[in-house]
Ligand binder design. Structure first.
Ligand code: CP
Ligand code: NVA
Length: 308
């Protein structure tokens, strides 16, 4: 059977997303009673990181260990990659040792190249274009707090970035509605919006792009934001601070969502920039449930792609 990768959310069908989420929910329940599956027993999984990480790295390392496997963390600086060895030679070589590769890269095309030349599954641990593991954990979190995905109204406020793109695609696969409020020029790329619209036509979800945060959060069950300046875009920090001036999620904006709306953020967060402390540290915030669910959702992804 041909190996499969998770480079972006559209590598999965809606039914597969649901199946992965069901497994993630089961893994979470089982872990509470000390039950662990040994689905990766004897298997080493390589983790290549070109950018810093707290949640993704630790949740993958812990998850692989809990499944009986061995995580092998490889900072890109310590690989011959840093001295010019090609991605294809690296992929071909690593495939002889490990059963899966988890990679956080600067350029999404490098991830595609890695996957093309690997004979083992490659999982995107964040690229400039997508963050599918985050989106799966986020959908799991929405189920926990809202009881379902279909018909739930998500409001994204901020940058149309990697996290936004994967969440939009994820929502479009499972019938969740999403309204994305960005400043003009910071929308998710048209090609990705087109993919989401195509999925939405089948799943029944509604995808909307607006420029007014208040319009996005009106009637929202979930309000989500992320940093205005993602990793690798630091040179744009000043310009972005101005463009996003009106896009902070604060108490006033949250008050315009449904009364029982939850607040979500993939973390790391910058209090006083994209989110006010009163919101992220307040009663509506579920950000640490999201962080926890990274562990369970990624275990489910590895069970789906690698353990079978
Ligand atoms: N949300 C997330 O991916 O966090 P890290 O950058 O800490 O992995
Ligand atoms: N959009 C952020 C997410 C970090 C987890 C970034 O790419 O830096």
């Amino acid at each position: 059977m041909k190996k499969r990768d998770l480079l972006g959310m559209t590598d999965l069908t809606g039914a597969e997303v649901q199946a992965i989420l069901n497994d993630a929910i089961r893994f979470k329940q089982e872990r509470k009673i000390g039950k662990f599956s040994a689905e990766l027993e004897g298997k080493t999984i390589g983790l290549i990181f070109e950018k810093p990480s707290t949640r993704t790295r630790v949740s993958f390392e812990a998850g692989i260990s809990e499944m009986g496997g061995k995580p092998l963390f490889l900072s890109s600086q310590e690989l011959q990659l840093s001295r010019g060895e090609t991605i294809s030679d690296t992929a071909n070589t690593l495939s002889r040792y490990v059963y899966g590769i988890v990679a956080r890269v600067r350029a999404h095309n490098d991830l595609k190249d890695l996957a093309k030349h690997s004979s083992v599954p490659v999982i995107n641990a964040l690229s400039n274009l997508e963050h599918p593991c985050q989106a799966l954990a986020d959908l799991q979190t929405i189920i926990e707090h809202k009881g379902k995905l279909e018909g739930v109204n998500v409001a994204w406020v901020g940058d149309g970035n990697n996290v936004c793109i994967s969440l939009m695609l994820g929502c479009s696969l499972v019938g969740c509605n999403i309204t994305i409020a960005t400043p003009n020029g910071y929308e998710p790329p048209a090609e990705m919006v087109g993919k989401a619209q195509a999925n939405a036509a089948k799943s029944g979800s509604k995808i909307k792009l607006v420029n007014d945060p208040a319009q996005a959060v009106s009637g929202a069950d979930v309000v989500y934001t992320d940093v205005f300046t993602s990793m690798g875009m630091e040179a744009e920090r000043e310009k972005r601070a101005q463009a996003f001036n009106e896009f902070q999620v604060n108490g006033k904006l949250m008050a315009q969502a449904k009364k029982d709306a939850i607040f979500m953020h993939c973390l790391p967060a910058h209090r006083g920039e994209e989110v006010a402390a009163e919101v992220i540290d307040g009663p509506q915030s579920v950000v640490f449930d999201q962080a926890e669910n990274r562990l369970h959702a990624q275990k489910a992804v590895m069970a789906f792609l690698i353990a079978k």
